[in-house]
Ligand binder design. Structure first.
Ligand code: HEC
Ligand code: HEC
Length: 314
C-alpha cells in the first residue's frame, strides 16, 4: 500500500479517536497536500439536499454493543481477525495463459471464499451499511461482513449479510475476471451447494462492480482501518464491465444520467460506469450524504437538475 502505512494508520487512528475525531493526517507529505486531512471513515450525515425519499433513519438507540452482538452471531472466530494485508492472497490459478475465466472457474472462486470465511481464513470487516439501511430498502440495520481476496487472475469479494431479525446469514460474491480487458464482473448468491449468478438484481446498486464501504455511522464498523483499506482497494479497482448471465440478461435501461457534474466520471469512457434511473437509490443516498461527487458539494442549481432527472417519469 503506497500512500499510508497501515500500522501508521492504526496508531493515528487510536490517537484521533482519543481526540474525539475520526480525521487523521496524511502520513506521507509528498503524496498529499501539506496538512490535508485523510478521513478514515467519514461520519455519515445527511446534507439535507431534499434528494432522500424517506427521512434519514434514526439509529441512535442502536449502540455499538448492539452492533457487535449481532455481528458476532456469524461466529466470533470468523470476524475481527488480525491482519497485515487487507486483501487475502488466493493460490495461483490452476490453468495458465487464461484469457477469460470459465463460469465454473468463477463459481469455484466464489465457493472457495465462502469456505475460507467459514474456516476463519478470511479478513472481514464488519459494518452496518449505509446504502442498504437508509431509505425504503429495509429501514433496519443491515449487517455486513466483507472480505477481499485476489490472485493474478481475479479479484474476489465476499459479502456475508443479514438483518437483525433474519435467522441465517446470506452469502454473496463478486468475481472480477482480470484476464479480460476490460475486466468482467460476475455477481452471485453463494449457497452451500450452489452458486447462482444474478444480473439486474445486483446491477441496481453495483453499477461499476464492487461498492465502496460506507457504514451508516462511524462507530458501526469493525475494524475501521481495515474498512478504509478495503474501501481504497475497491476505489482503485480497474474500470470493469458487468456480466449479465444468459438467464438474466440486461433490460433496456434507457438514457444514462447526463449532467456533466456526474458524467465526467460516470460514463461509458469514464472512470466508473454510466448511471441510469435504475440507480436512483444509491444516487440519492451517496449525493445526499455528501459522498458524491467526491471532494465537493453540489450547488443548489445542480441539486435541482439532478432531482428533476430522478423525478422525471420515463
Ligand atoms: C440495495 C443496494 C444493493 C444491492 C441490490 C446489492 N448490493 Fe451488494 N453491496 C451494496 C453496498 C452498499 C455494499 C457495501 C456495503 C458496506 O458499506 O458495508 C455492497 C457490498 C457487496 C459486496 C462486498 C464488496 C463490495 O462491493 O463492497 C458483495 C460481494 C456484494 N455486495 C454482492 C452483491 C450481489 C451478488 C448482489 C445481487 C445478488 C448485490 N450485492 C446487490 C449494495 C447493494
Ligand atoms: C471526480 C469523479 C466523480 C464525479 C464527478 C462523480 N463521481 Fe460518483 N463515483 C466516483 C468514484 C471514483 C466512485 C467509486 C468510489 C467511491 O464510491 O468512493 C463513485 C461511486 C458512485 C456511485 C456508486 C456506484 C459506483 O460507481 O461505485 C454512485 C451511485 C455515484 N458515484 C453517483 C454519482 C453522482 C450522482 C454524481 C454526480 C452528482 C457523481 N457520482 C459524481 C467518481 C465520481
Amino acid at each position: 500500500m503506497s500512500v499510508l502505512s497501515y500500522s501508521r494508520i492504526r496508531g493515528l487512528f487510536a490517537a484521533s479517536l482519543l481526540a474525539g475525531t475520526l480525521v487523521l493526517r496524511a502520513a506521507d507529505p509528498a503524496k498529499e497536500p501539506a496538512g490535508a486531512p485523510t478521513e478514515l471513515i467519514k461520519p455519515a450525515a445527511s446534507t439535507g439536499t431534499g434528494l432522500l425519499l424517506e427521512p434519514p433513519l434514526d439509529l441512535s438507540r442502536f449502540t455499538r454493543e448492539d452492533f457487535l452482538k449481532v455481528a458476532n452471531t456469524v461466529g466470533p472466530e470468523r470476524i475481527r481477525r488480525p491482519w497485515t494485508s487487507p486483501v487475502t492472497t488466493l493460490p495461483p490459478h490452476p490453468r495458465t495463459g487464461v484469457k477469460g475465466l470459465t463460469e465454473d472457474e468463477v463459481r469455484s472462486y466464489m465457493s472457495q471464499v465462502r469456505g475460507m470465511f467459514n474456516r476463519g481464513e478470511a479478513v472481514p470487516l464488519s459494518d452496518v451499511g449505509l446504502i442498504s439501511t437508509q431509505e425504503d430498502v429495509i429501514r433496519r440495520p443491515m449487517f455486513n461482513h466483507i472480505a477481499a481476496f485476489s490472485n493474478a487472475v481475479a479479484r474476489v469479494y465476499l459479502l456475508v449479510q443479514k438483518t437483525e431479525r433474519d435467522k441465517s446469514w446470506g452469502y454473496f460474491s463478486i468475481v472480477q475476471d482480470l484476464t479480460l480487458d476490460p475486466p468482467l464482473d460476475y455477481f452471485a448468491e453463494v449457497r452451500e451447494k450452489e452458486v447462482k449468478f444474478e444480473g439486474a438484481n445486483c446491477y441496481k446498486c453495483h453499477s461499476s462492480g464492487p461498492l465502496s464501504i460506507h457504514p451508516t455511522r462511524a462507530d458501526l464498523v469493525a475494524d475501521a482501518p481495515l474498512a478504509a483499506a478495503i474501501a481504497k482497494h475497491i476505489a482503485e479497482q480497474p474500470r470493469s464491465r458487468f456480466h449479465f448471465p444468459a438467464t438474466d440478461p440486461a433490460p433496456d435501461y434507457g438514457k444514462a444520467l447526463a449532467p456533466k457534474f456526474c458524467s465526467r466520471c460516470h460514463s461509458d469512457d469514464g472512470d466508473r460506469g454510466p448511471l441510469f434511473k435504475v440507480h436512483a437509490h444509491p444516487i440519492r443516498i451517496l449525493v445526499d450524504f455528501g459522498y458524491m461527487p467526491p471532494n465537493r458539494a453540489l450547488k443548489p442549481e445542480e441539486i435541482t437538475e439532478l432531482k428533476a432527472w430522478l423525478d422525471r417519469k420515463p
